[in-house]
Design a protein around this ligand. Structure first.
Ligand SMILES: [Zn+2]
Length: 84
């Protein structure tokens, strides 16, 4: 039987996933209040009082998206520009 666990988005929280961050140009970027998801960069929870950045990365049909704290987003963005 299912327990009362909230069915949050798949956070892909293993080390491999975090180190293998994609650095493509995002298809879509938007910011909002933290949803309690894990940040794809630092692996910490993005709390409701934090700004959460959500980024869709190509290919579009993979449905892959990344979530970052505001500061982590800026770090990722800087690294992306560095690589690109
Ligand atoms: Zn973070």
């Amino acid at each position: 039987m299912v327990t009362g666990m909230p069915n949050t988005a798949n956070t892909g929280q293993d080390e491999h996933e975090r180190q293998g961050l994609p650095y493509q140009e995002p298809l879509r970027t938007w910011a909002g209040r933290g949803s309690g998801a894990l940040c794809n960069l630092c692996g910490h929870v993005i709390k409701a009082q934090d700004i959460e950045y959500e980024i869709d990365v190509p290919p579009a049909d993979s449905g892959r998206s990344l979530r970052f704290h505001f500061n982590c987003y800026r770090t990722w963005e800087a690294q992306r520009r560095d690589q690109g």
